[in-house]
Design a protein around this ligand. Structure first.
Ligand code: F6R
Length: 622
């Protein structure tokens, strides 16, 4: 987690760094800092605990810190509590107190990732006379660069490559050397980092939105590579210090996509962007009413040969996998197993080389999902990634990529990326079913035609938002909320519950409706809110029975079902309807009211919807 930015050019660096960090705050927001150099003068470091706005106010939005070359960081604490001393940038030399002010250091830097052997490096450097000011792993790596730089009298690139050989872990590291004004050096292993190319200026960032306003032309630096950034020029080096070439890639996202556009929160804007995001994702593979997976790189022969599918993901992306399991197994009759990436990677799973591993990830940088991908590849199993961020690590390392076209997702809680992932899985399930001869032509075309109605139907669900807002206000002080459903409705319940707890801090749980009475029902008290999801006709009555069971124990019921099931109002105290659709696709509609519920309860409780406490959007550490 953490976000890093950098700039070198002719403009003032500090405002650009602060602006870039504001687009990366979703990656971490417990402290922030920048280091700026004015010509040959040493770097001036300013850091602050708390949100970026504290730092921005201290610096008068950057005007108080002159200079045209600098680095910035917004932190999500891993090693060491959130504090000014632990905030980045860190410096190689001696500094006062918490490392702010003009620093006569040879090396100043910022880091995203985790240095696993930092203790050992720290002890070695303490013995060599270095003083440490923070509890972070980052300070060790900055001081190690300085140590090699001086010990061997080598240049910045060699000092970095020596450091890379010595450290274990993951890093996107950006440093400035006192002897090299106007230059920034970066090194990368397993943490995201892009470099933006402008006219006479160069940018670096953890993610594209931070630099979109300035350039759409980016370089992706490879794993275990170093780059030297000067105004308008970038040179890349491998671990031997030999120069290598990379070409720029043009980013299609526009800068407005990363702004709030009149909405109070990114989350609401992104909820509203779902029809468009789903439509774009559909359009990317549906041609003249049929699915064409050429852009994904999957041939019919490969599809016919798949013996089993393992879906691996984390959080909401895992919930997509739970839904996809039902749809793929039913439409394509391929055995599917869904696994949490953090479990999969340590489980020594039994994988068939003729199987397919599908990794689902919005960011494409989630550490556990990336590790699971590598594990699968190492065992010779092909990996298909469903990813939103072009050029991300998972996209680059997977054998095949299905890009979701959600655009930049800034709110920490995913909404539109989740919806596009669901659609991508539906498209795969339909195509797999057709290619493997399980779907007749007529049914195949009808399923695709119905899938194309989903964007419009999501827009219709959004029209009901005031009713949900009103209902959410009634439950703003709820202690516990339970979500129940069966089959695909259970998959939706998992996502509804996660949305609720992560942004509103209300304890919530999702239960397969039939499982409640095996223990959890004892938690139901007078007034406990239970949300029943009932979009699957063949399971409808079963779930109604479970709702009645909790109602008779005092639960207050919300029912979420399709238009036509008006008898739900006899059971539930409050009912939300979604348009009728093919049952396989109902999760795409039913999730929307649940996203809105989480959102409005969070707003009613006065919480920071887009940046919930303790969370970061990209979980690039284990
Ligand atoms: C929840 C949420 C997370 C992510 C999870 C995986 O709202 O956003 O649970 O789904 O951290 O992230 P990606 O998809 O980037 O791999």
């Amino acid at each position: 987690m953490c976000g890093i930015v950098g700039f070198t050019g002719e403009k003032q660096a500090a405002p650009i760094l602060l602006d870039g960090l504001s687009k990366l705050e979703y990656r971490g927001y417990d402290s922030a800092g920048i280091a700026v150099r004015d010509g040959d003068a040493p770097a001036e470091v300013v850091k602050a605990k708390g949100r970026l706005k504290v730092l921005a106010e201290m610096l008068d939005d950057g005007k108080a810190l002159p200079g045209t070359c600098g680095l910035g960081h917004t932190r999500w604490a891993t090693h060491g509590e959130p504090s000014k001393a632990n905030a980045h940038p860190h410096v190689s030399g001696n500094c006062t107190g918490s490392g702010s002010g003009a620093v006569e250091s040879d090396v100043v830097g910022v880091h995203n990732g985790i240095i696993e052997n930092y203790q050992e490096i720290r002890e070695k450097l303490l013995r060599r006379g270095y003083t440490f000011y923070s509890d972070t792993d980052t300070e060790s790596i900055i001081k190690l660069v300085d140590y090699y730089y001086k010990k061997y009298g080598i240049g910045p690139v060699d000092a970095l490559t020596r450091t890379m050989v010595r450290v274990r872990g993951s890093y996107a590291l950006a440093v400035m050397f006192k002897d090299y004004p106007g230059e920034i050096y970066v090194a990368r292993k397993d943490s995201p980092l892009i470099i933006g190319a402008g006219e006479g200026e160069t940018f670096l960032a953890s993610d594209v939105p931070a630099i979109l306003k300035y350039t759409r032309s980016v370089y992706y630096i490879g794993n275990l590579e170093v780059a030297r950034l000067t105004p308008g020029e970038v040179h890349f080096f491998d671990l031997n210090g030999d120069e290598i070439q990379h070409d720029t890639v043009e980013i299609a996202w526009d800068s407005e996509a990363a702004e709030k556009g009149g909405f109070e929160h990114f989350m609401m804007k992104e909820i509203y962007e779902q029809p468009r995001a789903v439509q774009d994702t559909l359009n990317s593979v549906v041609k003249e009413g049929r699915i064409d997976l050429t852009s994904v790189g999957l041939t019919d022969e490969e599809i016919r040969d798949i013996s089993q599918i393992t879906i691996v993901a984390c959080g909401s992306a895992y919930h997509v996998g739970v839904a996809a399991q039902y749809v793929i197994e039913e439409l394509a009759r391929i055995p599917v197993r869904v696994e949490l990436a953090s479990e999969f990677r340590y489980r020594k799973p039994l994988l068939d080389p003729k199987g397919l591993v599908i990794v689902i990830s919005q960011s494409g940088e989630t550490a556990d999902s990336l590790a699971a991908l590598r594990e699968a590849k190492q065992r010779g199993v092909p990996v298909l990634a469903i990813v939103n961020v072009v050029g991300s690590s998972i996209a680059r390392e997977a054998d095949k990529v299905f890009y979701t076209l959600a655009g930049p997702e800034i709110a920490v809680a995913t909404t539109k990326a989740y919806s596009t992932q669901l659609i991508a899985c539906d498209l795969l399930a339909i195509q797999f079913g057709r290619v493997r001869g399980l779907l007749e032509e007529e049914r195949y075309l009808a399923l695709i035609a119905e899938l194309q109605t989903i964007p419009n139907k999501i827009s219709r669900v959004l029209k009901d938002k005031e009713r949900i807002q009103w209902f959410a206000a009634k439950f703003a002080n709820a202690q516990d909320i339970f979500f129940i459903g069966r089959g695909l409705d259970y998959a939706i319940s998992l996502e509804g519950s996660l949305k609720m707890k992560e942004i509103s801090y209300v304890h919530s749980e999702a239960y397969a409706a039939g499982e409640l009475k095996h223990g959890t029902i004892s938690l139901i008290e007078d007034g406990t809110l239970v949300i029943g999801v009932l979009t699957q006709d063949h399971l409808y009555e079963k779930t109604v029975s479970n709702m009645v069971e909790v109602k008779s124990r005092g639960a207050y019921l919300m029912g979420l079902t399709s238009y036509g099931h008006y008898e739900m109002e006899d059971t539930a105290n409050f009912t939300v309807y979604i348009p009728k659709t093919e049952e396989y696709f109902a999760p795409s509609l039913a999730v929307v009211p649940l996203q809105l519920m989480g959102y409005y309860i969070s707003v009613a409780r006065g919480l920071d919807v887009d940046k919930p406490r303790n969370l970061a959007k990209s979980v690039t550490v284990e």
